[in-house]
Design a binder for this molecule. Structure first.
Ligand code: NDP
Length: 330
């Protein structure tokens, strides 16, 4: 067996940002406690930003990208893990300040690790990945805010993307009536197949809204931000709530306080990266319970790591559907 293995690295030398495949060996890896044979990583919007350099994601160079990984422990200096354990990591600064999952082996901080929950395979966990686990965090946030299926429609934006697709499948299984907002009319059948009851165009929400409009939503899951999120807030009914996790449409939020102070609307921020382990475990347990595996398979494509540079461009253009698993050994 070769001593070297393949990794996707980005570097920034004299202001020139580049992504390239490189042979690494175990001594090149960071000095962390758990060595993992990586089977799969994933492609998230943030990976697109990191690999292309179009977003300021990477804070330390050179960096092995990939915000997620799943694999088998080879060696561990931490009592919680031993050789053979099936493990995953979502976020925690992978591809930002810590080397990530686009590598056939990686050493990771034991505190970042989640044991692969039953009944998932390694590949299933990466079909879910950060995007899907974030969808579950959004659903938990809505539940904690008291939003129940009998209160009315839940709108999901960026619907055909990763967060959106998993959120639709989860909410539909939990009995919510889901309205999917997508810029891709061609994906309507796909979205209805995941459980959306209705599909609306992106432009319905991506517009200049008045401070408050007719209450239409009991709640929402937003991965877009900007005017879209502002319109969702303006259209949320009394005591409704919107879980906001994304910025695919922009980082601004041109809203007013009116929905908050006149309707008691709640804006629930969701951050998956440094989310505490207990909440992560809760989210993964709920994914095991509430995610329809047939729907997960229907939204997932497996791609070799060699395709990541091209896919990174595609996801930033909004051209990726559902979830992409990256097979780092293909
Ligand atoms: P995807 O690219 O898979 O999904 C984003 C979707 O948003 C696209 O598929 C598209 O859906 C829509 N979209 C794309 N561009 C625009 C645009 N300019 N205006 C409006 N809508 C647009 O990404 P992910 O699902 O991986 O991530 C979604 C967002 O959530 C990202 O911003 C990401 O950074 C964020 N995120 C945040 C996390 C957190 O911890 N807070 C964790 C995970 C993700 P359609 O064609 O259907 O309209």
């Amino acid at each position: 067996m070769s001593d070297t293995f393949n990794a996707l690295v980005v570097d920034n030398v004299d202001g020139t940002y580049s992504a390239f495949f490189k042979d690494l060996s175990v001594p090149d890896l960071p000095d962390e406690s758990v060595l993992v044979d990586v089977s799969y990583s994933t492609l998230n919007y943030k990976d697109g930003l990191a690999v292309t350099g179009k977003g300021k994601i990477v804070r330390k160079f050179p960096m092995v990208c990939g915000i997620d990984l799943a694999g088998t422990v080879v060696d561990s200096n931490d009592d919680r893990y031993s050789a053979g354990d099936k493990v995953l990591v979502n976020g925690w600064g992978l591809s930002e300040t810590h080397w990530g999952g686009y590598a056939q082996k990686q050493r990771v901080n034991a505190d970042f690790i989640t044991k692969v929950p039953e009944p998932f395979s390694l590949q299933d966990t990466m079909a879910i990945g950060t995007a899907g686990y974030t969808s579950m965090l959004c659903v938990l946030a809505l539940e904690d805010a008291g939003i129940t299926p009998d209160q009315g429609d839940i709108v999901v934006t960026g619907a055909a993307g990763g967060v959106g697709s998993v959120a639709i499948a989860l909410l539909a299984k939990l009995g919510y009536r889901v309205v999917a907002s997508s810029g891709r009319a061609s994906e309507s059948d796909y979205l209805m197949g995941l459980g959306a009851a209705e599909v609306i165009g992106r432009d319905v929400l991506d517009r200049d809204a008045r401070p408050m409009e007719k209450g239409r939503w009991a709640g929402g899951v937003d991965s877009v931000g900007s005017k879209t999120l502002a319109t969702m807030l303006a259209e949320t009914k009394e005591e409704g709530a919107v879980a906001a996790c994304g910025l695919a449409g922009g980082t601004d939020l041109p809203t007013t306080v009116m929905p908050f102070i006149l309707r008691g609307v709640k804006l629930l921020g969701v951050n998956s990266v440094t989310c505490l382990s207990a909440r992560r475990d809760q989210a993964w347990a709920r994914l095991a319970q509430d995610l329809d595996m047939e729907k997960l398979n229907a939204m997932t494509t497996v791609e070799p790591m060699s395709n990541v540079p091209t896919l990174a461009e595609d996801i930033l253009k909004g051209q990726v559907r559902g979830r992409i698993v990256i097979d780092v050994n293909a």
